[in-house]
Design a protein around this ligand. Structure first.
Ligand SMILES: Nc1ncnc2c1ncn2[C@@H]1O[C@H](COP(=O)(O)OP(=O)(O)O)[C@@H](O)[C@H]1O
Ligand SMILES: [Mg+2]
Length: 395
């Protein structure tokens, strides 16, 4: 059952939307009250203003559907105003544990649906992408609240909720992206010390689907429970100075994550993920592809890693979505330049890089064979596993 946590008021001003969040007295009085965000919204009586992100606290915006969900909801119910219209859909697939409604006495109404076989959901996702007619019941069953741009849905299987990530009609026919994601996430988890979410590959009507186990849901006796989720974007905006720069970096994530409850171990893990993303050319490592998960009380810890996919174009040096050191370039020099932000020194940083690169060189082929790729696929993707360039100057 949802409980009312607080009220968000958004008003238009000549310089843009300004939001104000205040916790409800009844919520503050609860012995089990936890802050939505322990840094930007600690539990107290005062009203907190928000001037970035259209006046929305980052943690609330983290529950909003992204490009994929918006496309599905637009098909289902027509265009809404972003973000309020999409947040008010309260789709069960949304990230974290928050719901939104227009008044305290109106509990959030969730988009409901019956269950469908994965094959039909996959067909519905293709219909959304290609503009073909599709049954509204099926559209609802996709649970479009989950973020990201790629076609996906949510399914319950056994004791877990899984995000089923589909192929997109826009994908290159040369390589299966869901299979690539599954193999890369496994490579990280099994051999490179990356705490990545569990994945499974399923072939549905001849198409690959990557199932990713949700870390913000648990299923017990057929009931689903939710945990709070905070994206790296929300961590960045916790720093009032951030709005002026708007350049996220791994170092900032590691440093500011500590205020939310991240430990020394989490900071090291962030460093490992940064190295791994460079080593497998996952350059789309943006602020919504990293996050924190609620553990207890006011504490959030680094969430398992997700959405790790090598980019298919070969470049000498890749430019990442988050800054690595002073720049976004994926080079060894840049990786070690800011080691202290992760609680390690330069030598430790170099040792981790050496260790991850050696594991990848030794294991990526067998991991990819095991995931069902063939010789020709491996040739197409091997550029992604070349050693990380030492420096931007050295050719
Ligand atoms: N294993 C997971 N558990 C919980 N939430 C997840 C998980 N993986 C992804 N998410 C959430 O779903 C969003 C979309 O997933 P993602 O894999 O990033 O899809 P896309 O490839 O479309 O970007 C993420 O931004 C994150 O908020
Ligand atoms: Mg993503």
């Amino acid at each position: 059952m949802p409980v009312v946590a607080g009220r968000l008021n958004i008003r238009a001003t000549p310089t843009g939307s300004v939001g104000e969040f205040v916790y409800g007295q009844s919520y503050l009085a609860r012995s089990d009250a936890v802050p939505l965000d322990p840094v930007s919204l600690p539990l107290n009586n005062s009203a907190t203003p928000f001037t970035s992100l259209s006046g929305f606290p980052g943690v609330i915006l983290d529950a909003c559907p992204d490009r994929w969900g918006i496309a599905v909801i637009d098909r289902l119910l027509g265009k809404k105003s972003y973000p309020a219209g999409y947040l008010l859909m309260n789709d069960p697939g949304r990230a974290g544990n928050l719901g939104v409604s227009l008044a305290a006495n109106k509990p959030p109404q969730e988009l409901e649906s019956r269950e469908f076989p994965l094959a039909e959901l996959l067909g519905a996702a293709v219909a959304v992408e290609t503009g073909q007619p599709v049954d509204p019941e099926l559209l609802r069953a996709l649970h479009p609240g989950t973020g990201g741009a790629r076609p996906k849905c949510n399914i319950i299987d056994g004791d877990a909720v899984w995000i089923a990530k589909f192929p997109s009609v826009k994908d290159s026919p040369l390589i299966s992206i869901p299979r690539l994601e599954h193999a890369t996430m496994r490579l990280g988890r099994e051999w490179c010390g990356i705490d990545s979410a569990e994945t499974r590959l399923k072939v549905v009507d001849g198409k690959d689907v990557c199932l990713v186990r949700r870390f913000d849901r648990t299923v017990l006796d057929g009931k689903t429970f939710r945990k709070g989720f905070i994206s790296a974007r929300t961590v960045f905006y916790a720093d009032p100075a951030y709005a002026a720069v708007v350049t996220g970096s791994y170092g900032r994530f590691a440093r500011w994550g500590q205020r939310f409850g991240c430990t020394t171990e989490d900071r090291r893990q962030i460093f490992r993920r940064m190295v791994f993303n460079c080593a497998v050319r996952n350059a789309d490592d943006h602020e919504l592809n990293h996050g924190l998960i609620h553990t207890k009380g006011s504490e959030f810890r680094l969430s398992p890693a997700f959405d790790i996919v090598p980019i298919l174009t070969a470049h000498e040096i890749h430019r990442h979505a988050l800054l690595i050191g002073d720049s976004a370039l994926g080079t060894i020099a840049n990786l070690v330049s800011n080691a202290n932000a992760f609680g390690i020194n330069r030598d430790e940083a170099l040792a981790i890089i050496t260790n991850i690169q050696a594991a990848i060189a030794e294991r990526w082929r067998e991991t990819f064979y095991e995931a069902g790729f063939g010789e020709e696929d491996l040739r197409r993707i091997e550029h992604a596993f070349r050693p990380i360039p030492i420096d931007a100057e050295i050719r």
